[in-house]
Design a protein. Sequence first.
Length: 396
Amino acid sequence: MANDTSSKPMYEKIFETVKNQILSKEYGAGERIPSEKELADEYSVSRITSKKALEMLAGEKLIVRIPGRGSFVLDPSGETGAADSEPSASQLPRNAGSTANRDDCTTIGLVITDFGNSYGTGLIYGMEQASRDNDCFLVLRRSFGIPDNEEESIQKLLKMGVDGLIVFPAQGEYFNAEILKLVIAKFPLVLVDRHLKGVAAASISTDNVTAARVATEYLFGLGHRHIAFLCPPPTDTSAVEDRIEGFIQAHAEQGIMVDKELWVADLFSTLPDSFRDDDNVERDVLRLMEHLRNNPSITAVFAIEYNIALLARAAIERLGMRIPQHISVICFDSPPTDLGGTYAFTHMRQNEEEMGRLAIEHVLRIKEGQAVTNNKVTLDAKLVIGQSTGEAPNRI
């Protein structure tokens, strides 16, 4: 370490050492540098000392610190240091964004967990129509909610030379490093359905807080007070967390106590990498049957998504009860039951096609260097009355 014998504090020595490693390109743009713990172990100092060194690096805009992921290098271009530097695309494949061999045809890659008739198909329809309207092409890959698949898909699409990317992030506590590299490099990227904490990427999603609040208030209007909230583990997924927040807000505004004993927040079978497993589905149905038996006060179920509503319906019917006479069910999204336009479930319908259209247009604006006035766009959802909700029955 330089200046080992000087009177400088250790955090300054660590700061200068890592700074020189960044400026000398030992750590390239987008690369992860040692963590607080790794630096503390390497230099035999406390984590308070190593943390201060990293904070100084971030203060000079040499690195960006992302909770849960680590610290990553920003490109320190220019002679005056990193404070005024702009991130570069040096960590992307050389042909990323290149159209030289594609007759200048703009191609946009889409990485999505999965899609079906309840949610996702409309999203893709909106993107495809917008790509036609803007004379560009859409290339799709599914990740099935598996982070490794998502990362690999992004890498392959970049190697193909796509001009921009739309990513429906996999559910999970952490976002993958490829997304971070794209953000640092200012590559044309838009996230759909959710946003990622600590990542300044453009996103298009539903106003899930308001939508969940509207759905809950509708149940309150029918006289329901004991509502089971059903969801997969939140795991820092913004869409799930926002719907939980809306559910809680509705209770607070009506002066109704939230009873979390009525919640089931550990349903796994509807996650993209699990729902094809019949054993997982059966396990969740049995879990819900037991929950309803143990909580006879429940008069309504708020399912965070359509497939969870299907689980709830199976559990309710197996117990010999009827919807909505005994228990009402509301959810997000529901396909029509027939050509007449009736719906099995009362639901909040997301504006998928508009979400898809805006995602394409945002990518194209970023590609052309235009400013995106709103980096985080949220769209309203519409309450659609189906056959699954009714007045709360009298319960003892």
